[in-house]
Ligand binder design. Structure first.
Ligand SMILES: [Zn+2]
Ligand SMILES: [Zn+2]
Length: 147
């Protein structure tokens, strides 16, 4: 627990997050130890995308605001690999890793903007072969050829 000198600082350090359907919401203190983009095969499967964006913090650094009974967990039977998600909308949500040492926050589940940026790309040997081309592809602020 960190001690804050004034209420403004305290307020700025609290971040909120939750799922898309609104059933689940949480708050965390902005005391993060790591922020990784993980390109491993399991993260690509569980996100259905190119990589996961995971923030690491202390296991006790979370307060569920609503719906934590709707949280579903998946544990990989062999590897230290987990996911927590909303049972209604499937959004990835924070969970404590198998070792019990860290709370993993999927960065995309945060509602608030954070100052932290990813410090490393990990498991790049397993990176999706289409990622680099995708990042270099044409960019639109909407669907192409619409409206
Ligand atoms: Zn949901
Ligand atoms: Zn991974």
């Amino acid at each position: 627990m960190s001690v804050h000198n004034n209420k403004k600082a305290l307020k700025q350090s609290i971040l909120t997050g939750g799922c898309l359907c609104g059933l689940l919401a949480y708050q965390v203190d902005n005391q993060f130890s790591h922020f990784y983009l993980c390109h491993c095969q399991q993260c690509r499967k569980l996100t259905g995308s190119a990589f996961s964006a995971n923030i690491f913090t202390a296991p006790e650094n979370i307060k569920w605001l609503t719906g934590c009974e709707k949280l579903t967990h998946y544990e990989h039977p062999e590897r230290a690999f987990s996911k927590a998600f909303c049972s209604a909308c499937g959004c990835a949500l924070p969970f404590i890793n198998k070792s019990g040492k860290s709370l993993i926050i999927p960065a995309g589940s945060l509602f608030d903007k954070i100052k932290n940026t990813p410090e490393a790309n990990i498991f790049v040997s397993e990176q999706a072969h289409w990622l680099a081309a995708g990042l270099a592809a044409k960019k639109f602020s909407h669907f192409p050829r619409e409206g």
